[in-house]
Design a protein around this ligand. Structure first.
Ligand code: ATP
Length: 362
């Protein structure tokens, strides 16, 4: 299988390099037959061809079996008309990645992790309250008079249905529990439509427990009683906010993993940004991108019915659990003294040792 690797900007290349070393070890240990192609995007691409996201890079992503994308930082990009194109935004659109999956789990030994937290946020990725991009033409954040400002949230039946399906599919492989999050008594029409599709899926999956929860209650519950929740089905902006909260409750942004997926494509793309303050210091935490790659392996294994990929995904998770439990190995954002490289070596060594070879899913 062909995997396109786009290192991105700022800490992107540093965390991508060590994540690839881990993935090569997994590729060997589980005989996955992965081949990798590095494709420059962001400033590395701009310096070569005057465009941060050239069409050739999009085509390579479209042709690949899977994509690994390091964080991209827009701060140094020139204006759009001069070649500064939003990399993740373009890939999301062109590969039709409508689901943003964000897991958050507390792990043994990780400081400040909320015990009992183990959720997967299934966040709709294409519409909602992103008023600067949710319309066909123009933007939905505007002033009809000089003293009135309005934003419009877009919710569609098709968009709600496809993310609801993904949430139930993932719940079937986890603890069989979906909570749809919104504020239907206030946003009666838009959340009404979103929730109607969630209820329709619940009808079709009687073996999966389902409930509707207000977003404000969920914000508190994730802190006070996270063990109640498994998969959270959420509209775009509420999902963005809740996934950052859940990530902080799992220990911090360095652990933020994400899989962006659609019907045909998926990209592993850490849930944090490009952290320009850490560039070149060698201390960025690669865990988020490594966990995203584990999600991509699981997606490939499920899609192609190849259990070795599921085992490989589980092995990455277990190796990370073991390395994160070791205070000496952890990077400074999690209270350790490790560097990006030494931490990654601690993870990779556990895969190389083969001691974590596991079968079966969670
Ligand atoms: P974006 O807008 O691109 O999402 P952001 O401005 O919200 O980015 P991030 O780049 O995600 O912010 O990170 C905020 C801060 O969190 C960083 O400046 C950094 O200090 C810390 N951080 C983020 N990712 C990591 C990581 N992988 N390892 C260590 N610290 C991190």
């Amino acid at each position: 299988m062909h995997i396109v690797v786009m290192p991105g900007d700022d800490i992107g290349p540093e965390i991508t390099e060590v994540t690839m070393t881990l993935l090569e070890a997994v590729n060997r240990a589980y005989a996955l037959g992965l081949e990798f192609e590095i494709v420059d995007v962001g400033m590395a691409s701009f310096r070569k061809c005057g465009n941060t996201m050239p069409e050739s890079a999009v085509e390579k992503a479209l042709a690949a079996d899977g994509v690994i994308l390091g964080p991209c930082g827009m701060t140094l990009y020139p204006p759009r008309e001069e070649g500064g194109i939003n990399v993740p935004g373009t890939i999301r659109k062109r590969l039709e990645l409508y689901a943003n999956l964000r897991p958050a789990r507390s792990r043994a030994g990780v400081p400040n992790a909320r015990p009992g937290l183990d959720v997967l946020i299934a966040r709709e990725n294409t519409e909602g309250f992103y008023a600067d991009r949710n319309m066909f033409m123009g933007i939905a954040d505007f002033m009809p008079t000089e003293d009135v400002a309005l934003s419009v949230r877009k919710i569609t039946r098709a968009g709600s249905r496809r993310i609801a399906k993904v949430a139930f599919e993932y719940a079937a492989r986890r603890r069989k529990n979906v909570s749809a999050v919104g504020k239907q008594h206030v946003l009666q029409v838009t959340d009404g439509l979103f929730m109607s599709e969630a209820y329709a899926q619940a009808e079709q999956h009687k073996d999966i427990a389902f409930r509707e929860v207000d977003v404000d209650a969920m914000a508190a519950d994730l802190y006070t009683r996270p063990q109640r929740y498994d998969v959270l089905l959420v509209t775009n902006m509420f999902g963005d906010i809740l996934s950052n909260e859940a990530c902080a409750l799992s220990g911090g942004l360095g652990l933020a993993a994400a899989l962006n997926m659609g019907d045909e494509h998926a990209i592993a793309n850490a849930g944090h940004g490009s952290a320009p303050d850490l560039v070149g210091k060698g201390i960025a935490n690669p865990s988020g991108l490594m966990l995203s790659v584990a999600m991509l392996m699981e997606w490939l294994g499920t899609r192609h019915k190849k259990s070795a990929f599921i085992d490989a995904s589980r092995a990455i998770e277990l190796a990370l659990d073991a390395a994160l439990a070791d205070a000496r190995a952890r990077t400074p954002d999690l209270g350790g003294n490790g560097t990006t490289k030494t931490f990654a070596q601690a993870v990779t060594a556990r895969v190389d040792a083969g001691e974590l070879r596991a079968t079966g899913t969670r």
